[in-house]
Design a protein around this ligand. Structure first.
Ligand code: NDP
Length: 278
């Protein structure tokens, strides 16, 4: 028996694809094919697995604190977005009440759940991950990242950092094109395959960072990148586009150059971000 708490956009998609037996939502909502509980107490009564997809950490506590003393021996799968520390705190809180904890981070939008490209990261209790694989596999590719309950959230946040900065960069470029009356739709059609091709470079950056070999062959130097960013900023100014997306990138590069690393690879930005000049 599985209970789903939260029937927002994502919770509803998970409950639908997951074949929920019992559902509950703060604001009562119909859910054909499942028992709709009137209260959280009623929703979790007798259930083995509780799947929570609420808004944030506060909402998880709002919903579960009043009933947690009766959940000894159950499993909580929390798919609500939390930071790594929040996930670890939730795992400790659950353990303190005899509840097995599995954390999940959804790398998809609701329409993707159960379809191609849908992926969910998990961490926490390994036995719970294995025991519930049939359910987890229905939502998308299930990847277990280890028993540190915060791992799924960490990788989620790290990946979303790449996504949001990419979106901001795209919108900056769109503003440059639009300033001359260009179509943003047309620009997107050119930008998407270019960015996809550029992602091939991630593996090279990664091995450079892992080996700290910023002086190896074939790397674009920080000095070269600085010149390129200066040109991008000049072009942005010509187009009247706010430089606030680009300026921090150039500042990171400049700081590494000022520290004497101009001839080394651009992946050294990693050192600036990590707070070290190894
Ligand atoms: P929605 O805003 O659609 O739904 C939020 C849900 O949380 C609703 O069921 C809402 O209940 C409930 N809720 C909010 N606050 C409380 C509270 N204090 N007590 C009880 N219930 C509360 O969000 P989503 O469904 O889209 O997202 C849910 C989670 O999934 C979030 O953590 C989100 O980050 C994560 N996620 C979402 C993705 C997406 O693309 N949508 C992608 C990846 C992760 P009510 O209906 O009563 O307001």
């Amino acid at each position: 028996m599985t209970t789903f708490l939260g029937l927002g956009e994502m919770g509803r998609a998970l409950a639908t694809v997951g074949g929920a037996a019992t559902v509950w939502n703060r604001t009562p909502k119909a859910f054909p094919g499942a028992a709709v509980a009137a209260t959280v107490e009623e929703a979790v009564a007798g259930t083995g697995l509780i799947v929570a997809c609420l808004f944030d950490l506060t909402s998880v506590h709002d919903v579960l604190d009043p009933v947690v003393d009766g959940l000894d021996g159950r499993t909580l799968l929390n798919l609500t977005t939390t930071t790594p520390r929040e996930s670890r705190d939730l795992a400790a809180w659950a353990a303190g009440h005899g509840v097995t904890y599995l954390d999940g981070a959804i790398m998809a939008v609701p329409e993707m759940i159960g379809g191609p490209g849908s992926a969910v990261l998990y961490s926490g209790d390994a036995a719970a991950f294995e025991a519930h694989r049939p359910l987890l596999d229905r939502w998308g590719t299930a990847t277990f990242l280890g028993t540190d309950a915060g791992a799924a959230a960490l990788y989620d946040m790290a990946m979303l950092t790449g996504m949001y900065t990419m979106f901001a960069g795209f919108l900056h470029g769109a503003a440059m094109v639009a300033a001359d009356g260009g179509s943003v739709t047309g620009f997107a059609a050119m930008q998407a395959p270019f960015l996809a091709a550029m992602t091939n470079g991630l593996a090279g950056f990664a091995s450079t960072v892992d080996t700290r070999d910023y002086g190896g062959p074939g790397q674009q130097s920080l000095a070269f990148t600085d010149t390129a960013l200066a040109a991008l900023l000049a072009a942005s100014a010509e187009q009247g586009v706010d430089p606030r997306v680009l300026t921090p990138v150039r500042e990171l590069v400049r700081r590494q150059i000022d520290a004497g690393f101009g001839a080394q690879g651009t992946a050294r930005i990693f050192e600036e971000l990590s707070g070290g000049n190894r």
